[in-house]
Design a protein around this ligand. Structure first.
Ligand SMILES: [Zn+2]
Length: 269
């Protein structure tokens, strides 16, 4: 059977295009950002979060970490979506702990206030810096993409709740503190060290003996832990140690307001 020359030419062009597309796809699959998903990413991607894999993050002075993601949204069990604003750059396993914290702890605490979570204000996540911004100090967990600062949560009914603010519902603040101190190695809030009066810091630092640091004065009459006290020794008879804690850089409230994408104008100083 004879094929007309124009048809043969068209077939050749189409075939070439298919080859080019196939080759392009193959080349893209080898790019650093298109590697096979990690086990952590698979767990998150099933129905729990929306994120962008960033791969291994490197930085000066030991900053960065493996399997870092940009966490954009968290899916709560009732299929509501909680935005992370702006998206947080975190190690995947730290992000996974935060996803569980939001789904299992903060969402029910918000429901108890008569609404649903809409967004979490990410005040700081990955940030290559030393603790307390002291030259030569150990890296902050922020420098290891292992920490998140939360300044506020937004509810679907429009309310903005700042957990560090004593005017926020005390039940929500108490529930958030209890859950955070249960899940994370470090929780720092108002009354801890002067650097956390307007936000809550949580991280997953690994301390010798599994010690945890829970410092957040709810101003509810409960005892406030002294600076650098350490709670919850992992084994009986273990001695509490004074552990340096990561501190964020001092931030004037006005500068922070510029980063808060959903705070009402009248609340900005
Ligand atoms: Zn922090």
């Amino acid at each position: 059977m004879r094929i007309d020359p124009p048809i043969a030419i068209i077939a050749s062009i189409v075939g070439y295009a298919v080859v080019v597309i196939a080759f392009s796809n193959g080349a893209a699959a080898q790019s650093p950002h298109d590697e096979a998903p990690t086990a952590c990413q698979i767990r998150l991607a099933s129905d729990r979060a929306i994120f962008k894999p960033l791969g291994e993050l490197g930085g000066p002075a030991g900053c960065g970490g493996p399997d870092v993601i940009s966490l954009e949204r968290i899916m709560v069990a009732d299929r509501t979506v909680v935005a992370i604003e702006p998206p947080a750059t975190l190690r995947c396993e730290t992000a996974e702990a935060i996803v569980s914290f939001v789904r299992q702890d903060l969402a029910p605490a918000a429901a108890a206030m008569g609404s649903a979570l809409s967004a979490i204000e990410n005040y700081d996540s990955y940030d290559c810096r030393g603790r307390n911004r002291v030259a030569g100090a150990k890296l902050s967990e922020h420098g290891l993409a292992n920490a998140l600062d939360i300044r506020s949560v937004r509810l679907r009914d429009g309310r903005v709740v700042r957990p560090a603010d004593q005017a926020a519902p005390s039940e929500f603040r108490a529930a958030m503190k209890a859950a955070a101190c249960n899940r994370f190695a470090t929780v720092l809030g108002p009354g801890s060290d002067g650097y956390h009066e307007d936000h809550i810091h949580i991280d997953r630092i690994e301390r010798h003996g599994g010690y945890r640091l829970c410092q957040w004065d709810l101003h509810d009459g409960a005892q406030t832990y002294a600076l650098q006290s350490v709670v919850a020794p992992s084994r009986p008879g273990a001695t509490a140690l004074a552990v340096p804690v990561p501190l964020p850089r001092p931030r004037p409230f006005t500068a922070a307001g510029a980063r808060a994408v959903f705070l009402p104008d009248e609340s900005r100083p």
